[in-house]
Design a protein around this ligand. Structure first.
Ligand code: CA
Length: 235
């Protein structure tokens, strides 16, 4: 049984979500504002949080950031009121793992939750994988750390998973479908925007650290119409 929190001020959506999640045997807490969500997050560990960004008391992105700080291992899914690209990007940068645009179909939400929870449970057993080295980049899947020329770079869970997946097969183009399936879960049928935003954050973090160190950043190449490839440096 998974522990879920719904943060949603719209009573109709909140009630519907709570009822259907409970029907699917999830232990569900529903709160209607940001302060209550933050309070709950100090009292209880959640497996997954559904967070509406438009809250009556606090800024949704701030709440997202603070929830991520309090519960680093929790899966955080933001609900945006429309398909506003900027909200999605800011939300993912604030630490969300995924997003869903309203209005969404309940079946889609339930499928995503299932995929996330299964993925999360699967991740816990993978602590014996070898350290990956590509040029100056060193990824330790067991410790979940990334170092570039010894400088440690902090990544969120999904950012790390995407990078580690690419690093497992350097110079090989990995399809978006494979990345989505391996990082976000089986039977994924959402858009690839979540992946694209995570990739751009990973690229930016690598580039920023590389610039500070005065070295060339590891290249994540976009393979048009296909996916991405982590390129090992020449020589
Ligand atoms: Ca709202």
């Amino acid at each position: 049984m998974a522990r879920l929190m719904i943060v949603e001020d719209d009573p109709q959506i909140g009630q519907t979500l709570q009822r259907s999640l409970q029907l699917h045997h999830h232990q569900t807490t529903w709160v209607q504002n940001g302060s209550a969500a933050l309070l709950q997050a100090t009292r209880q560990q959640f497996d997954l949080i559904l967070l509406d960004l438009g809250l009556p008391d606090l800024d949704g992105f701030d709440v997202c950031r603070q929830l991520r700080g309090r519960q680093p291992d929790c899966v955080l899914v933001i609900l945006t009121s429309s398909d506003q690209e900027i909200d999605v990007v800011v939300g993912l940068e604030a630490g969300a793992d995924d997003f869903l645009s309203k209005p969404f179909r309940l079946n889609e939400l339930l499928a995503r939750i299932r995929a996330h929870l299964r993925r999360d449970a699967g991740n816990r057993g993978t602590s014996t994988v070898r350290v990956l080295r590509i040029g100056d980049l060193e990824i330790d899947p067991a410790a979940r750390t990334v170092r570039l020329a010894q400088a440690e770079i902090a990544f969120s869970t999904k950012e790390f998973d995407v990078l580690a997946r690419l690093a497992a097969e350097p110079d090989i183009a990995v399809s978006k479908t494979d990345l989505m399936t391996d990082v976000w879960g089986e039977n994924w049928y959402g858009s690839s925007k979540t992946l694209d935003v995570h990739l751009s954050i990973v690229r930016r973090k690598l580039a920023t650290t590389a610039r500070e160190l005065g070295i060339a950043p590891p290249m994540i190449v976009t393979v048009r119409g296909w996916g991405y490839r982590l390129q090992a440096p020449m020589g």
